[in-house]
Design a protein around this ligand. Structure first.
Ligand SMILES: Nc1ncnc2c1ncn2[C@@H]1O[C@H](COP(=O)(O)OP(=O)(O)O)[C@@H](O)[C@H]1O
Ligand SMILES: Cc1ncc(COP(=O)(O)OP(=O)(O)O)c(N)n1
Length: 263
């Protein structure tokens, strides 16, 4: 049977990040993607023009509809917007027997806030403890732990600080550093460095959502966490290399790159 994966995230009307990126990634990796929408954004290549949260009851109802009937092999979370939604989703994940990939989305590439400042504490104390893998970028590491990463050497300290909040694994994404695109995956005892060439392509909208969804898809197919992250890194690297211009600003990564080049 085709593995099922659930994304709990916000909608990006431009189709490059959020729910739309997640479902495209899941299709590309051969799993059945399903969604719980937490917020709707009016968004394009230039930034976020508006955002509206859904009521907690609507989020809970979507989650229950999917999990109680269809079932999930992995869950991925993205934009959760408010403390109330973070806490509700953390509670739902705690009651679900499936690995959870938590992308603690804080701010978009354009600098638009996607999470209320008042929700940070709930992310630390409620959401990170139920994560199988947490995938913060460097801005999110700084927001959540106070650790500033300026070089690869700082990434171990960042990972230790994230693990201190309870996820089983931390994946520190070095996408915002100069040089190779290097990420660090660790559970506190094993350490895996994932290194890929940095593609000199400004069309990188959606990298974080794509990586987290790819990890969830691979976990649903039965990979271990290190195997899932390695496969997801390969997928996102190809998607960044093939990112394309759309609108007047930053275009999306290409979720369909494997179909287009025939590999
Ligand atoms: N220009 C790039 N070339 C290759 N890989 C990249 C590039 N930018 C980001 N990545 C990779 O994309 C993934 C997402 O990282 P990042 O962009 O930091 O996340 P976010 O979208 O949450 O800010 C990471 O694996 C990172 O190393
Ligand atoms: C609705 C929504 N969710 C998440 C994001 C952030 O996506 P990310 O993959 O981190 O990509 P960038 O925004 O950094 O390009 C978003 N923009 N919208």
């Amino acid at each position: 049977m085709i593995p099922t994966v659930l994304t709990v995230a916000g909608s990006d009307s431009g189709g490059g990040a959020g729910i739309q990126a997640d479902l495209k990634t899941m299709l590309a990796l051969g799993v059945h993607g399903m969604s719980v929408i937490t917020a709707v954004t009016a968004q394009n290549s230039l930034g976020v023009q508006g955002a509206w949260e859904l009521p907690v009851a609507a989020v809970r109802a979507q989650y229950r509809s999917v999990v109680d009937d269809i079932g999930v092999r992995a869950v991925k979370t993205g934009m959760l917007a408010s403390a109330e939604l973070v806490e509700a989703v953390a509670g739902l994940i705690a009651g679900t027997d499936a690995p959870a990939v938590v992308d603690p989305v804080g701010v978009s590439k354009h600098g638009d806030s996607l999470l209320a400042a008042s929700a940070l504490d709930s992310v630390r104390t409620k959401l990170l403890p139920v994560a199988t893998v947490a995938t913060p970028n460097l801005d999110e590491v700084a927001q959540l732990t106070g650790v500033r990463v300026e070089s690869e050497g700082d990434m171990r300290r960042a990972a230790a600080a994230v693990l201190g909040h309870g996820p089983r694994w931390a994946l520190i994404k070095g996408g915002h550093l100069a040089g190779d695109a290097v990420d660090l995956l660790t559970d506190g005892s094993e350490e895996h460095w994932l290194r890929a060439p940095r593609h000199d392509n400004r069309h990188t909208h959606g990298t974080g959502c794509t990586l987290a969804s790819a990890i969830a898809a691979q976990l649903a197919k039965g990979d271990s966490v290190p195997e899932a992250v390695a496969a997801a890194k390969e997928y996102v690297t190809g998607a960044v290399a093939a990112g394309f211009a759309l609108g007047g600003g930053i275009g999306p990564v290409d979720h369909g790159w494997r179909f287009r080049d025939g590999s």
